[in-house]
Design a protein around this ligand. Structure first.
Ligand SMILES: Cc1cc2nc3c(=O)[nH]c(=O)nc-3n(C[C@H](O)[C@H](O)[C@H](O)COP(=O)(O)OP(=O)(O)OC[C@H]3O[C@@H](n4cnc5c(N)ncnc54)[C@H](O)[C@@H]3O)c2cc1C
Length: 418
């Protein structure tokens, strides 16, 4: 039975470790942050898990936050254009859920340890790999988007942007009324950026994670460049002004007297460059070093996919380890093949959505979704199957085909939410 060393205790590393643990395969996690450090730190993201990830959590016995109670099943969309449509709606077949990772990751770390797993706190660098290979048969790098990037090398065909395409600001805010039904709102201000309003369960209860995806050089970029920590009250007022101008359907749900971060510092400002890296490398003795999760493929968070992809990749790797019991280069090639369709399709989707200017087929799709409810439902449900949205938006002809398919079945033009 192979022994697996896993670097990183994020979704990729923990899901892989829990899946292998269930199969009785020995694992050890190396991570540079303790559960306590994660729980007491600032938010690093605002993650929605979609149904396939939640089903995986159920199978692993770690679905401690049932989506029936903590989740949502609807997306509302708003396009801020003159004479544009009112809010329009798409539904998932099964619910998604947004949970503060300062709750999620420490809980899963504790569960893995309670079941006998070992977590060693230390920072690992590529120079350590040869030594780790004496202890483990496979090294999995699940260390996130920042570390080890150069070690694997980028795939130029799937890494089109030399710089981030959005400048991000996300905070966990009190005072934003939830929609009925509970939903994620995706509001688009063409040329300036997107806003995702996500119903998140935080350390202090329900909040609204307002994820501002701002186009560099646009009117909203200041939401990233003006540091919230320099003057929280000035930032709060700035955000209200920008929401009023660019994302009015979210602004009108805000009670300004209550509008405040859940905790001081519940805010992240930064940027993500989308990149897909090579799948693996071999050490001199033949040991495979496999890239997993963000260490393998990093996407802009505008469509809420990175962690779901990390979980999917963990399942692919776990299946291949369990099936063959051998972790040689053939195993690594198998993992690469099995995950490529989803990972590449997902990257195609996200990279097309964040292109500047917005590609005409994306504008057309979003416009048509307002009147074709079944198309809007399909686009929404595909957040659970993101490569299918990659297929749909890749070219103008593909968007035309999707629209024609839904027109042919009537499209149920009742998608407006009044
Ligand atoms: C604002 C924002 C919103 C997002 N929203 C969503 C969403 O809605 N849905 C979604 O699916 N995804 C979303 N994402 C993306 C998601 O957060 C990531 O894709 C996901 O967390 C990646 O998981 P991972 O396990 O690969 O890496 P990480 O979660 O980054 O985990 C990496 C782990 O490795 C450890 N580590 C790092 N370096 C070392 C080292 N040298 N040695 C040892 N350990 C190390 C870290 O401590 C950590 O434990 C969002 C991201 C952002 C920024």
């Amino acid at each position: 039975m192979p022994d697996i060393g896993i670097i990183g205790a994020g979704t990729a590393g923990l899901h892989l470790a829990l899946l292998l643990q269930q199969a009785g395969i020995p694992t050890r996690i190396y991570t540079n942050q303790t559960a306590e450090q994660l729980a007491s730190g600032r938010p690093q993201n605002s993650v929605s898990h979609h149904a396939p990830t939640i089903a995986r959590e159920q199978a692993m016995g770690v679905d401690f936050w049932p989506a029936t109670e903590y989740g949502y099943q609807t997306h509302f969309h708003y396009l801020n254009i003159p004479d544009g449509p009112p809010l329009y709606r798409g539904d998932f077949l099964r619910p998604s859920r947004v949970l503060d990772y300062r709750i999620y990751l420490p809980r899963l770390m504790a569960e893995y340890e309670n079941r006998g797993g070992a977590i060693e706190q230390r920072a690992v660098e590529p120079a350590d790999f040869e030594r780790l290979a004496k202890r483990h048969d496979l090294i999995v790098v699940a260390a996130g988007k920042r570390s080890f990037g150069e070690y694997f090398g980028e795939r130029p065909d799937m890494s089109p942007y030399p710089k981030p395409q959005r400048h991000l600001a996300v905070g966990f805010w009190d005072g934003v009324e939830q929609t009925d039904p509970r939903s994620v709102t995706l509001s688009i201000s063409p040329g300036h950026g997107e806003l995702l309003d996500l119903p998140i369960t935080t350390l202090d209860g329900w909040a609204s994670a307002l994820l501002c995806e701002n186009v560099p050089g646009g009117d909203l970029e200041i939401l990233m460049t003006q540091k919230e920590s320099d003057d929280p009250e000035a930032y709060r007022r700035l955000l209200l002004d920008k929401l009023k101008a660019h994302h009015p359907t979210v602004f009108e749900r805000i009670d300004q007297s209550r509008f405040a971060l859940m905790r001081p510092g519940d805010m992240l400002q930064g940027a993500v460059r989308p990149v897909v890296r090579e799948d693996y490398r071999l050490l001199e003795d033949g040991t495979v070093v496999l890239a997993l999760g963000d260490a393998h493929a990093t996407v802009d968070p505008v469509t809420g996919q990175g962690a779901n992809s990390a979980s999917f990749e963990a399942q692919v790797a776990a299946d291949a380890i369990i099936e063959d019991g051998v972790v040689d280069e053939r195993f690594a090639m198998k993992v690469a093949l099995r995950r490529r369709e989803r990972v590449d399709g997902l990257s195609t989707w996200v990279n097309t959505m964040i292109a500047t200017p917005t590609p005409p087929q994306v504008q057309r799709l979003l416009g048509e979704m307002a009147g074709l409810r079944t198309l809007c439902d399909e686009f929404t449900e595909n957040f659970s199957h993101p490569h299918r949205n990659g297929d749909m938006v890749a070219t103008p002809e593909r968007v035309d085909a999707a629209i024609a398919r839904h027109r042919a079945i009537g499209g149920d033009p009742t998608g407006t939410a009044g």
